[in-house]
Design a protein around this ligand. Structure first.
Ligand SMILES: [Zn+2]
Ligand SMILES: [Zn+2]
Length: 143
């Protein structure tokens, strides 16, 4: 893992610093995308500004990916550090479930091909109600 981080940084002409390793460490220990502030909170040994600068660099180098939810960016490790996946987010309790689906990937490629579009990356996020919330909330009346 770490040699990969090192080689990406070195290839980009960046040095491997303690703060960068610490932020990477934090990200590799969580399975859901985090707000940048939360990443800073979980990396107390690094000052907040350095955490933000590191995350900016990581995203630029493709080490992390950022998705915007509402108005808030959430960051997590990108491939090859994490297998390709998508998220299902519960609007009610905020729980996040990872989903990986070959069918979904195939369909996206198929759609792109049909439009003679070269697909390089994609973002797919599902939002709705998780199982336990959908059971506990009153169902909306169909109009
Ligand atoms: Zn829920
Ligand atoms: Zn995908």
């Amino acid at each position: 893992m770490h040699s990969d981080l090192e080689s990406i940084l070195k290839t980009a002409g960046q040095s491997v610093t303690k703060p960068r390793q610490a932020v990477f460490e934090t990200l590799s220990h969580t399975d859901e995308p985090l707000k940048n502030g939360e990443i800073a909170k979980r990396t107390p040994q690094v000052d907040r500004a350095s955490v933000y600068r590191t995350l900016e660099l990581f995203t630029k180098l493709g080490i992390t990916t950022t998705t915007i939810r509402g108005w808030t960016p959430f960051t997590e490790l990108a491939e090859p550090f994490k297998p390709h996946h998508h998220h299902m987010i519960c609007e009610h309790c905020g729980s996040v479930e990872e989903i990986a689906s070959d069918t979904l990937e195939d369909v996206l490629t198929l759609i792109a091909n049909r439009h003679q579009f070269i697909l390089k990356s994609h973002t797919v996020e599902l939002s709705g109600l998780c199982d336990s919330c959908s059971k506990s909330l009153p169902q909306p009346v169909a109009s």
